[in-house]
Design a protein around this ligand. Structure first.
Ligand code: SDX
Length: 428
């Protein structure tokens, strides 16, 4: 390989610099030596929304946006979705290897015995208005959990990190189910340790009078959806978890920041926005007019496009297959026909082709969640439950990365220079 450096000439001074290249990057701090005078601060990079900036090194998830590849710790997402359980994947993301029988048994046991939340959490949930958005409720109670585990502040103690990881993995289904019950005005169903991870969540969500007849096809479909959502390298919510976590705060607080970021319609909130978009379109005959409005810049085709994938999101392909299995059980969701036609038209339209806009993970997932009986504004809670192991793994990788410290970007100042105070009588 040729000399791994970048030769730079600053034409303001005629000076030249050799910048080392490593891992396909130059270190932004290496630009600071490029100055026009001794009191010059030196060059920085300017990258709003970090479209071309690596903020960390990570060994957890690999994405190839052009080839539509997604791997967790080297395992292709297609194989994990087909052959792994969600608890195996959650172990893999944090530990780096699929668990042995004994490791999985311990991981499962540890989680099963931490599914309860302090009953005071119920008081928090009962404090929300009847129409509170489920993601706002989840955000609130996960953040509140940090006050029940003050020991979680010991983020540099590996054993402490493990117990907090167990608590968050164990309690997120309970909190998600309690949020569901609160929105429905139903009494809370408490965790049952005789049920597996998905079965326990479904029972806490849907059981009436302690009775719920599980549907194994739907439960496996939900488990596959959680696996597909488990991690996605440095997406907006994971970057929030890493950024907030870099201040040394406990993982409950850092993860509540991730939930807040995921809530947004451009991120995890897109699965909810897709269903609202399909409702707005209403019938197939309205699709061409809708597409024209999108192309005129009057809104976005929700569930389409991605910062990294410039080809079909591999998760969307797998979700479409899950959809077929779910609808065979529940009956076809009439909106699927509109979604499939919307996709067909968009994929043949120059506007979307030119911008490499394809269906992403959120385009079809909401249709499945709706068929499973979840309300539209609850879909992103399911995304958060799936992403929990990814947030935890990425948080742990950040905390243990010797190169990381508190995240504190710089800015390009565009404000006013110094000026004297203006007495109120002189202000216009
Ligand atoms: C997730 O990062 C992750 O990994 C996220 C995620 C994960 O697992 O964590 O994969 C989950 O968040 C999936 C994305 C869900 N969001 C949506 O479906 C919302 C709709 N999509 C977008 O708003 C958009 O595509 C983003 C936010 C996903 C990506 O936006 P980018 O990379 O910032 O792209 P951009 O906004 O700069 O758009 C580039 C061009 C623009 O047109 P021009 O200005 O060049 O004319 O493409 C257009 C945009 O207007 N465009 C769209 C569009 N998405 C981008 N036009 C219509 N419909 C869309 N959906």
């Amino acid at each position: 390989m040729s000399n791994e450096t970048l030769s730079v000439i600053d034409n303001r001074t005629g000076k030249s610099y050799e910048l080392p290249i490593a891992d396909g990057t130059v270190r932004a701090i290496d630009l600071r030596q490029i100055k026009t005078s001794d009191d010059d601060f030196g060059l920085m990079t300017y990258d709003p929304a970090f479209t071309n900036t690596a903020a960390c090194k990570s060994a957890i998830t690999y994405i190839d946006g052009d080839r539509g590849i997604l791997r967790y710790r080297g395992y292709p997402i297609e194989e994990l979705a087909d052959r792994a359980s969600f608890l195996e994947v959650s172990y893999l993301l944090s530990e780096g290897e699929l668990p042995t029988q004994a490791q999985l048994a311990k991981w499962t046991h540890d989680i099963q015995y931490h599914t309860y939340v302090h009953t005071n959490i119920i008081k928090f949930l009962e404090g929300f208005r009847y129409d509170a958005h489920p993601m706002g409720m989840l955000l609130g109670v996960v953040g509140a959990l940090s006050t029940f585990y003050p020991d979680a502040k010991n983020v540099h103690d590996p054993e402490n990190r493990y117990i907090q990881r167990v608590r968050l993995m164990a309690k997120i289904p309970t909190l998600a189910a309690f949020v569901f019950r609160q929105t429905r005005g139903l009494p809370f169903e408490f965790p049952r340790n005789d049920l597996d991870y998905i079965g326990n969540y479904v029972n806490m969500t849907f059981s009436i009078g302690g009775q719920h007849k599980p549907n194994p096809v739907l439960q496996r479909a939900l488990e596959i959806l959680l696996i597909l959502h488990a991690d996605h390298e440095q997406n907006c919510s994971t970057s929030a978890v890493r950024g907030v976590g870099s201040s040394g705060v406990d993982p409950f607080s850092a993860i509540s920041a991730g939930i807040a970021a995921l809530y947004g319609p451009l991120h995890g909130g897109a699965n909810e926005a897709v269903l609202r978009m399909l409702d707005e379109i209403g019938e197939k005959k309205n699709i061409p007019a809708f597409i024209e409005r999108v192309k005129a810049g009057e809104g976005r085709l929700m569930g389409f496009g991605h910062r990294v994938y410039k080809s079909y999101d591999p998760r969307a392909k797998l979700i479409k297959r899950v959809a077929d299995e779910v609808f065979a059980e529940t009956g076809l969701n009439p909106k699927l026909e509109i979604a499939v036609e919307l996709e067909r038209i968009a994929l043949s339209d120059e506007y979307f082709i030119k911008r490499k806009l394809y269906p992403n993970v959120d385009f079809y997932s909401g249709l499945i969640y709706q068929a499973m009986g979840y309300p539209t504004d609850y879909f992103t809670v399911l995304f958060a439950m799936g992403r929990m192991p990814g947030w935890l793994a990425q948080w742990e990788e950040m905390v243990t990365d010797g190169e990381q410290k508190i995240a504190r970007p710089r800015q390009v100042f565009t404000g006013l220079e110094a000026r004297p105070f203006l007495p109120i009588e002189q202000r216009k």
